[in-house]
Every structure is written in structure tokens, then in C-alpha cells.
Design a protein around this ligand. Structure first.
Ligand code: ADP
Ligand code: MG
Length: 694
């Protein structure tokens, strides 16, 4: 075992009481500690003579304590410690607030070094709350570039610095170098040991920058290496060839009620070409809301079905799974017995309910050729006969673990497909900015639907302040009178479905009683039974409701062309990409559609963000903007990316990511088994366990 993996509980100089607090910071082993880097640095490196101190500067002085005492001010209920420090040039007051114990640490007559801000009051200048240490000690907390860590209750930067110095003394030499030498040279990066040391005990700011760059590169490089390797592995595995059946596809396309867009044709062709190969496809189909991804997936599923194999289509929500089921039922009228749906609460083909046992049998025997569902598809009890194609819709809504699990589950196939991996088609409406695509999906092939079906009208988007609400309500009443319908979306206030469900319920009451007493209003939220959700959706489609109030569960998928108004409450809480998705729910008919962004926030930043939505209808542009304004962490969730926060921070650095990818690729070209880099191989295995890149 590498010594750096030693748990901190076994380190004698880390007091036990700190362990739980460190754990909260994600620090459990020596390595974690050494990789827990400061988030900023205070420059205390300049030593100033006391006589030269100036108001407002941050300074370090060295001198003798001439006096020190605690003063209690009863009025403000504050403990003040006041001292006088002197050097050969003069003396100055020092004041600490609410740290009465300091008097135990610094006795009169001791030589100390202090760093802090020079403040000013009636009595003249004073050093305010300075960091201090005995002058004879090597500079740790004062007199240098001082690292500041993100602290948690009870773990101070001061303590972290002290322990980091002890750990570094003991373990610095054991920090492994994971970047091959040639790459370090080419990329002009400093070594691992030096970088870690500089980050905790910086010589100067330039060194800190170099160290940060090196650590960022390391993280990206390992991620890219894992991704390049995953791609190679994927390309090496076997898949079922699905022959391209031109007549079948042509006839099917002719039977559709619309003409495919050029982008749909092109993507379909790319996919059908991929699945013809004996190696598994791994393709991401990106296309704005309403760009028509479903039918593209359906064509691939049709070919697969006619070749005698099975397709699994996984959607993130039950509502969406049901909608797909409806769509497939319709377009595959003649084969509808072969299309099934499986969710946590239901399993059936067409309208025929099945017992679960019976249904699972149909999947196992291959009678169901196209199985649509939610996470329920990856339960262990689900066993396919010959699954050859997997489609993951709205893949950005799934965590990395779930995506990996679906793939793994599908790899355990029975029968003649024992050694093959199904072709994988992921679909997303989140246009992923180029940098992120490279960082996360570098191992995927990309098809893009950059064209909406013809005849879609521009959606009028407006920001609505509280003062204008009534006007908008009035407008909605008029539109509904003309026969249109409206969505009202509420933000998921808490992660908890329970609370947001309640908020939506209350809002539903408010709208029904106070705002639109004469209209029929439906309610949809995540805590409802699937059957009830489906009923509500169906009723809304059938125009039994004028308005549908919903939490963000309907973010994905639902298709109700007659609904032309989208109202988003608390719109400032959503990301641009998500708002754009909501907006895509309307604008699907010949009537003019509207999107109203309700907000109570008057902040300039909110306004800037929401304005971007008015100005642009291009999902890709909005995504870039989101990335710019909110940063990658907000854009692509941690859970979804599987990345550590530290790595997320570097995602906006295109050049770094590109360089890391180029190096990772060339390393594999040169040594595909990583024989010359056994250490790298081990590290990679660890990463594979933590991050499952497709
Ligand atoms: P998304 O890409 O958001 O998943 P869908 O596949 O749900 O989009 O398609 C949105 C709507 O557009 C559906 O009602 C679908 O039938 C329709 N549609 C798809 N392709 C076309 C097309 N080429 N022309 C007209 N309508 C289309
Ligand atoms: Mg869709």
C-alpha cells in the first residue's frame, strides 16, 4: 500500500477530535490532506519597520511584546485583547477581538512576528486581528505568502498549515509523479512534489500559479487518459451487426406524417452506418428541444427489431417514458405487440397489463423487441434475450453511475450475444459547449440536430416583474379563451419532492381560487402516483385542463402542441439551458407561442441571464453563456460528471483540456498497455472505479 493512503486516524500528530471535521472537508487520508489545497494566498511576505506602517496596508512586523492585556467591554459584550509591540523604530498597538486565549500564547517580553491589516481609530493606528507567531519559528502563519484554506467549524487555516507542514516533512518524498517525464517537459510543468509543496508553502505567487497549473493538468490528463482508454476498449469489443435495410427505412420514413429534416436524415444515416459494424456504436445525438430526436432513435430501433434483436430505451422520468411508449405505439402500429413499457409501477405491452413475472418472461424470450422504461430497466431481474441497441434519452439527467450501470447490465447478455456489447445511442437536448464535450464526451461520436422542423414560429419571451403579473394573467385568460393552453412551472425549491410537491399544490390552489377561478387547472408533481401523473398528462392533452401546473418533472419531453404559453415561476433559479428546455415545450403548433419568465429578483446578474434567453433561441449559444456566467459546476452537475470540484474548476480552460487530451492520445499510441508507466496504470484503475466515463 502506498503510504499516502494511510488514514489520518493512524497519524499520531493529528488529534482524534479533528478527524470528523476533516472528514467533512473530504479529507481522510494523508493523500487527501496533501491534496487539500488552499483556495487563496495572503501576501504577508514584506517585513515593515513599525515606524513605517501605513493605514490600510497589510503588513508584517517583528518585535517584542511590551505589554498585553484583556479588556472586557460590557457594553458590547466583546472581549478585546490589546498589546503593544515594539521594534527599534517604534511601537504600535495590536488589537484582537474575541480571542482572549491569545494572552496564554503570547507573554510579555516575547519576540513575535505578526501579519495583518493596519487599521485606524481615535487613538491612532493599530494592527487588527493579526496572525502571529514566535519570531524564532520559521515563518508559517506570518511573514510570507500565507495560504488560506476553506475552513470548516473548528478547523482553522492556522491548524491546517501547521499539520500540512508536519505531513509534508514526513511524506513529501512519497508523493508519486503520475505524469510521464516527456510530457512534463513538453508542457513545461513542474513535478508533483514541488507542486504540492509550493501550494502549501509557496515561495512566491508565480510558483503558486505554476503549481496550480500542474495540478490542473494532472487532473485533466488522468481524466482524458481514462476516456481515451475507455474508447479504445469500446472499439475493441464485439457488437451485433445490424444490416442496413434501405427499403425498410425508406418505407418507414414515407409512412411518417412529416418530412425528415436534413439534420435528421444525416444523423439517422450516421447511426445506421455505425450499427452495421461489428463494434459497438457509442454516439451522442445532441439536438435542441423539439428537433425530433425520438424519430431518429425509432428508425434505429426499427432496423434492430426487424433484424430480430432487442432495443432498450431508457428515459429519466416516467412521464417521458410513457410519452415515448405512446409515440412508438403509434408509429409502429403493425408491431405494437412487440413494444413494451417497464417502470417502477407498471409493465405492459400496448394497453395490455401483464403480471411482472409474465412480462419479464416476454423480455427474456425476446417477444418484446422494443422495451421502453425508466431506471427500472436496469433492475437485476430484467434479462434480455438479445439486446443489440440501447438508447438513453435525456442522458444528462442520469448520473454517471446509472449510465455505467445500464451499459454493464446490458453486457451480461444471454444466448448468442454473450460476448457482445450493445450499440449505444445517448440523446440530449442540453447542447454541450465544446470544452465540456471534449472533457466529458471525448470518447463519443457526435451527431447534431442543428435544425428544427420547418414551420416552427419564434416564441415570444418576456421577463415579468411582480408589477406586471396581473397584465400577463389577463393576457393568458384571453389566449385560453381562444382555445389555447398554458403550462405553469415551479422551481424545485428543495431537492425534496415532498416540499416542492407541496409548493406546487399550494400554487395550484392559489391559481384555481384567486387568479383563474373560471378555468380548469391540472396539477402534476413528482410525488404523485405514476398512474395519476399519466391521467393528468392525458387530460391535459385532451384539453380537459386549460392550465397545467407542474414542478420541474415535466422538464423533459412532454409534447402538447396546443399548449402555447409557458410560465416559469422563480425563473432566476434555473439555468439558461434548463429554461430553454422549458421554453421548448411550447411553439409546436401553427399558433404564436409565449414564454413568460416570472421573477421577483431585481439583481442585475439575474437580469443579464434572463435577457440572454430573450435574445437567443440557439441552445448552443445559451449553453456557452450558462457556462460563462454560472461556471461549469452549475452547468454540468458534479454527480453527473463524476468529477471532483477541483477538476470542475478547470473546465473553462479549453487549452488545458485540449493539451491534456492530445498528450493522453499520444501516450496510448505509443504504449497502449501503459507498460512503461505501471504507476499510471494503477492510478487509472482507481479513476475508473470512481468515474465511469462512457
Ligand atoms: P426532441 O428532440 O425534443 O426529443 P421530439 O422527438 O419529441 O423532439 O419531437 C418533437 C415533435 O416534433 C414531435 O411531435 C415530433 O412528432 C415532431 N417532429 C419530429 N420530426 C419532425 C419533422 N421532421 N417535421 C415535423 N415534425 C417533426
Ligand atoms: Mg425528446
Amino acid at each position: 500500500m502506498n503510504n499516502l493512503q494511510i488514514p489520518l486516524s493512524q497519524i499520531s500528530f493529528i488529534e482524534k477530535k479533528y478527524l470528523p471535521k476533516l472528514k467533512q472537508l473530504g479529507v481522510e487520508t494523508v493523500r487527501d490532506f496533501l491534496h487539500f489545497f488552499p483556495h487563496r494566498y495572503d501576501d504577508f511576505s514584506r517585513l515593515t519597520k513599525i515606524a513605517n506602517l501605513e493605514q490600510n496596508e497589510t503588513a508584517t512586523v517583528e518585535g517584542k511584546i511590551a505589554e498585553i492585556k484583556n479588556i472586557h467591554t460590557w457594553k458590547k459584550r466583546m472581549a478585546i485583547t490589546e498589546a503593544l509591540i515594539e521594534d527599534e523604530s517604534g511601537s504600535v498597538r495590536v488589537v484582537w477581538f474575541n480571542q482572549p486565549y491569545i494572552i496564554q500564547n503570547i507573554k510579555k517580553e516575547t519576540l513575535v512576528r505578526m501579519s495583518g491589516k493596519v487599521n485606524w481609530d481615535k487613538k491612532g493606528i493599530f494592527l487588527s486581528n493579526p496572525a502571529y507567531e514566535h519570531a524564532l519559528r520559521a515563518p508559517t502563519n506570518t511573514g510570507r505568502l500565507v495560504p488560506v484554506y476553506s475552513e470548516t467549524r473548528g478547523v482553522t487555516s492556522r491548524w491546517l498549515r501547521w499539520k500540512a507542514s508536519q505531513l509534508l516533512k514526513k511524506y513529501l518524498d512519497q508523493i508519486p509523479e503520475v505524469i510521464p517525464n516527456a510530457i512534463l517537459k513538453r508542457q513545461k510543468l513542474i513535478g508533483a512534489k514541488e507542486a504540492v509543496r509550493e501550494l502549501h508553502f509557496p515561495s512566491n505567487l508565480e510558483k503558486v500559479k505554476e503549481a496550480q497549473k500542474r495540478m490542473a493538468f494532472e487532473e485533466m490528463f488522468l481524466i482524458q487518459l481514462a476516456s481515451v482508454r475507455a474508447r479504445k476498449d469500446w472499439e475493441m469489443s464485439q457488437a451485433t451487426k445490424i444490416d442496413f435495410d434501405e427499403k425498410l427505412v425508406k418505407d418507414f420514413v414515407k409512412s411518417l406524417p412529416f418530412k425528415l429534416t436534413d439534420a435528421q436524415r444525416k444523423s439517422t444515416f450516421q447511426i445506421l452506418k455505425d450499427i452495421e459494424k461489428p463494434h459497438p456504436m457509442n454516439r451522442l445525438l445532441e439536438g435542441d428541444v423539439g428537433s425530433g430526436k425520438t424519430v431518429v432513435a425509432a428508425i434505429a430501433a426499427l432496423e434492430t427489431m426487424m433484424a430480430g434483436y432487442q432495443t432498450a430505451i431508457m428515459a429519466p422520468t416516467e412521464v417521458l417514458a410513457i410519452q415515448h411508449f405512446e409515440t412508438f405505439k403509434k408509429i409502429f402500429k403493425n408491431f405494437s405487440q412487440k413494444v413494451g413499457i417497464l417502470t417502477a409501477s407498471q409493465c405492459r405491452t400496448v394497453w395490455k397489463k401483464n403480471t411482472k413475472k409474465n412480462f419479464l418472461g416476454k423480455i427474456r424470450r425476446g417477444e418484446i423487441k422494443i422495451l421502453i422504461g425508466t431506471h427500472a430497466l436496469i433492475q437485476e431481474s430484467v434479462e434480455f434475450k438479445n439486446l443489440a441497441l440501447v438508447v438513453i434519452d435525456e442522458q444528462h439527467r442520469f448520473g454517471v453511475e446509472q449510465r455505467a450501470k445500464l451499459q454493464k447490465a446490458t453486457a451480461n447478455l444471454k444466448d448468442n450475444l454473450k460476448n457482445s456489447v450493445p450499440h449505444l445511442l445517448s440523446m440530449t437536448a442540453t447542447p454541450i459547449p465544446r470544452t465540456l464535450a471534449l472533457a466529458f464526451f471525448g470518447n463519443l461520436d457526435l451527431s447534431i440536430l442543428d435544425e428544427l422542423p420547418k414551420g416552427r414560429k419564434k416564441i415570444i419571451t418576456e421577463i415579468v416583474t411582480p408589477a406586471n403579473r396581473e397584465k400577463v394573467y389577463e393576457f393568458i385568460r384571453a389566449e385560453i379563451k381562444k382555445g389555447r393552453q398554458a403550462f405553469f412551472i415551479f422551481p424545485l425549491i428543495e431537492e425534496s419532492e415532498k416540499i416542492s410537491g407541496k409548493a406546487a399544490t399550494e400554487e395550484h390552489e392559489r391559481l384555481s381560487n384567486d387568479i383563474f377561478p373560471h378555468l380548469k387547472i391540472g396539477l402534476l408533481h413528482g410525488r404523485m402516483k405514476p398512474k395519476d401523473k399519466e391521467d393528468v398528462m392525458q387530460k391535459f392533452k385532451d384539453k380537459a385542463f386549460d392550465i397545467l401546473v407542474s414542478t420541474s418533472v415535466i422538464e423533459v419531453g412532454v409534447d402538447v402542441p396546443n399548449s402555447t404559453i409557458m410560465v416559469i415561476e422563480g425563473s432566476e433559479r434555473f439555468g439558461l439551458a434548463q429554461l430553454h428546455q422549458f421554453r421548448g415545450r411550447v411553439g409546436r403548433s401553427e399558433h404564436q407561442s409565449y414564454c413568460f419568465l416570472f421573477t421577483d429578483s431585481a439583481s442585475a446578474n439575474t437580469n443579464k441571464r434572463l435577457k440572454a434567453l430573450i435574445e437567443s433561441e440557439d441552445g448552443f449559444k445559451l449553453a456557452e453563456k450558462d457556462l460563462e456566467i454560472r461556471g461549469p459546476g452549475q452547468f454540468i452537475g458534479k454527480r453527473q460528471s463524476g468529477l471532483a470540484d477541483s477538476a470542475m474548476r478547470h473546465l473553462s480552460d479549453v487549452k488545458l483540456i485540449q493539451q491534456a487530451r492530445i498528450e493522453a492520445q499520444s501516450l496510448f499510441e505509443f504504449d497502449p498497455k501503459l507498460k512503461q508507466f505501471p504507476f499510471l496504470k494503477n492510478t487509472l484503475e482507481k479513476i475508473d472505479k470512481n468515474i465511469h466515463l462512457e
